[in-house]
Design a protein around this ligand. Structure first.
Ligand code: GDD
Ligand code: MN
Length: 357
């Protein structure tokens, strides 16, 4: 069984496949047990046919051909999940990533020195090759934006070239963002995993064949991922998002109440509307506010019950505070406002502490 798997996403890279495999063979040698998994999104230039032809000659080469799907991150994750190898690496097919450092990336993992080993352009000995000022500036800027959300120091979190222990991928597979290019950043800002990073320098090469797939939508995906990370990791931003979600809950509440009042009595309609709002708040918080801690499966169901309990308690505190303020002579809207703020803070702290921890 292979020890090392190299996952290579491809989209119209036919001319790069043979030279890339030659580089990988040279660097990994024949003694180590490795395999290469190409994940091709049904390229039209013959990429997957080329890989399958080469796979007939070498059992270490595999190809996953995906139909009707696109995306670098999702391709990498599927490739990683398709192998039993305990050590995984991701690299681009276009020869921009220097295959000669693959053994060093894997050695950092097998020695226990790191759980994530990064091919880095921004440590001594690394470089961006002959990028123009615009691309260099954009990359630097994106790296700086990403840095504040990192949970382990890394100079090149935007790198598309890295190796990782498979148990880490197994534990975060359901949470990783499937859109965009930035899997490494996503992993390095994921709470609750054993992160030990080692960076291995390399110089980014110029693309010889084919062309880049970096598009405005990839930049948009990155901005969205960054926003979610930022909202999850900066407490005040996180609390404001929680409040915004709460506001959408108010809309849901009134919408449901309005519809139900046509056929139901007020108390029943108000009760159902309350739980509808809690439910939509819960699912939105799980996706947006606490995206880094997102729950799934049984934990998600348990979290929902806890959320309803916490919000019910929050409502009691809200009413008690408002009543106290009102009975002390405060104007009704100020008293209600204090109740809402107290209830929201309590809901937030308890949710963060007991559900999305
Ligand atoms: N399967 C699949 N599906 N593969 C894709 C897709 C897709 O939708 N989009 C791109 N790829 C493959 C390409 O064929 C290539 O092998 C690799 O992903 C990287 O794509 P490029 O288009 O060459 O990306 P880049 O050079 O602009 O960006 C690379 O370098 C950046 C560092 O500046 C990537 O590695 C980024 O992740 C990295 O941040
Ligand atoms: Mn490239």
């Amino acid at each position: 069984m292979p020890q090392f798997a190299i996952i290579i996403p491809t989209l119209n890279e036919v001319e790069n496949i043979s030279p890339l495999l030659a580089n990988i063979r040279e660097s990994m040698g024949d003694d180590a047990s490795w395999e290469v998994i190409f994940v091709d999104d049904n390229s039209e230039d013959g990429t997957w046919q080329q890989v399958f032809a080469l796979a007939q000659e070498d059992a270490r080469i595999r190809c996953l051909r995906r139909i009707g799907r696109r995306g670098l991150a999702s391709a990498c994750i599927e490739g990683m999940l398709a192998t039993s190898a305990p050590y995984l690496a991701v690299m681009d097919a276009d020869l921009q990533h220097d295959a000669s450092i693959l053994p060093q990336l894997f050695a950092a993992l097998t020695s226990g020195e790191a759980t994530v080993a990064v091919g880095s352009r921004y440590v001594a000995g690394g470089g961006v090759g002959n990028w123009d000022a615009t691309r260099t500036g954009m990359s630097r800027f994106a790296t700086r934006l990403a840095s504040s959300s990192l949970l382990a120091p890394c100079q090149d979190p935007m790198s598309g070239y890295f190796a990782v222990r498979r148990d880490i991928i197994d534990s975060v597979a359901e949470k990783i963002s499937l859109n965009g290019f930035k899997i490494l950043f996503d992993i390095l800002s994921m709470p609750g995993i054993p992160l030990k990073v080692k960076e291995i320098p390399y110089v980014f090469s110029t693309r010889m064949h084919g062309h880049t797939k970096l598009s405005p939508s990839v930049i948009f995906d990155f901005a969205w991922l960054l926003t979610k990370k930022w909202c999850s990791s900066v407490p005040i931003a996180n609390f404001l998002v929680f409040c915004l979600v709460g506001l959408t809950g108010v809309l849901v509440h009134y919408g449901v109440l309005y519809l139900l009042l046509r056929s139901q009595n007020f108390v029943l309609a108000q009760t159902i509307a309350t739980y509808a709002a809690m439910t939509s708040n819960y699912f939105l918080n799980n996706i947006v506010t606490f995206s880094s801690y997102r729950l799934s499966g049984v934990k998600k169901a348990k979290g929902y019950i806890k959320f309803c309990l916490i919000c019910s308690f929050g409502a009691v505190i809200n009413i008690a505070c408002a009543h106290l303020c009102f009975s002390m002579g405060m104007a009704w809207f100020a008293a209600a406002g204090i109740g809402i703020v107290a209830g929201s803070i309590l809901n937030y702290i308890f949710s963060r502490h007991f559900i999305w921890k």
